[in-house]
Design a protein around this ligand. Structure first.
Ligand SMILES: [Zn+2]
Length: 223
């Protein structure tokens, strides 16, 4: 445990809530920052706010609605179908989003004297997003330190974990029940175990079941 300050890039989902607990164990002061970029469900922001309140973490929501101006917009581009089906990522996803989010988190961090920036990005499950890769985060870390002449350390505790291992980490941090009940990862905006039907719920449940099976086996061996 250090007395240093950390900023957690926080969405209110399973991954970033686990990161919040991870940071609370390590740093003397922790703040959470959430980006409002017109999430499909406004309730995500409310859940994020509620989690931060319950954990007594100062929380800031930054308006990033300008991202919608950069998104490949199905309404203005003929080559993109309007795809906003249930269970799909909206086709307003912005390339390089983490580049922007982590940079804004760092600018905010420096203002409040926080060197440590914590994010839940993960290369294991999201190989499709180049700005979730470890090499990108390491590269940005150097760039931010040069850009602001400041000794930032970007932390990615989930980088090499699969979903089952992320549940294990939450459990080790004493956060298993909280993460399971209070976080929202569901594309339909439902907290906890969610709707159970969307791809995000299915991924989350597969990881949970795999971790619970491992845990049961370990408990059996120790009995
Ligand atoms: Zn769902």
């Amino acid at each position: 445990m250090t007395t240093e300050k950390a900023v957690v890039v926080f969405s209110g989902g399973q991954d970033s809530t686990t990161c919040l607990y991870w940071a609370m164990k390590r740093f003397g002061e922790v703040e959470a920052i959430t980006f409002d970029y017109g999430q499909r469900h406004k309730s995500e922001l409310e859940y994020a706010q509620r989690i931060a309140e319950k954990l007594n973490i100062p929380h800031r929501i930054l308006d990033m609605s300008l991202l919608n101006q950069l998104a490949p917009n199905a309404l203005t581009r003929e080559d993109i179908d309007i795809a906003h089906e249930e269970g799909q990522l909206p086709n307003t996803f912005v390339e390089g989003r983490n580049l922007l989010f982590f940079s804004f988190a760092a600018i905010y961090g420096k203002q409040i004297g926080a060197k440590h920036i914590v994010t839940g990005v993960c290369e294991t499950d999201f190989s499709g997003y180049p700005d979730c890769r470890d090499i990108f985060v390491k590269s940005l870390n150097v760039t931010l330190n040069l850009a602001m002449d400041y000794g930032f350390v970007l932390h990615t505790p989930l980088m090499w974990l699969n979903k089952a291992q992320t549940w294990r980490l939450a459990d080790e941090l004493g956060a298993f029940d909280f993460v399971r009940m209070e976080t929202v990862t569901c594309y339909n905006g439902l907290p906890g175990d969610g709707c159970g039907e969307c791809p995000s719920c299915k991924l989350r449940r597969a990881g949970l079941e795999s971790y619970l099976a491992e845990r049961q086996q370990e408990e059996g061996m120790n009995a």
